[in-house]
Design a protein. Sequence first.
Length: 185
Amino acid sequence: MISLLPVLVFAKDFVVYDDILEEKTAQKIEEMGQELFAKSGVKVILIAKKNGNENILAFEQNFAKDLTPPYALLTLFQAEQKVDVYTSPGLEKEFDREALLSPLPWKGTIIPLLTSKKKEVGVSPALLNGYAELVEEIAQYRKIELESAIGSANKTTINLVRVLLYSFMAIVIVLIIYRRIKSRG
């Protein structure tokens, strides 16, 4: 006889997830969500599931039907490789949805980490970065300072490394072109 084990789902006030999210990450997300809600009344919920088995927008609309605005849902269906942000009307102007969900590494905070070829990069860092970005943008729009925020120090360091790397690559390319022109002449 085969016993069916129930899918383990963890639910807190601001994060709903199965075993794809580390507990430490869920606690930090919960902390940021609670602080934003206490200071602004905006509820930002992260939903992280291995399998969505349905349309992500339909899932979000069904999940949100009992929520009181203003709210935002950051949803990941890992198996389907779907990430979305669903908000109550009017909240979408308080953050940059396009930048948050951008696949470009210099712009996006979630998808570049999720699509990384490195197996050691899990779902937790991508979702923590994305959730933090979403919460911090809403707080900044509302002129609220979050003590639990991750901050932009990490993002500034990453951008500086990118600028240095691209500058080095540009110098190497210019030197190669210069040497080829010089050797012909």
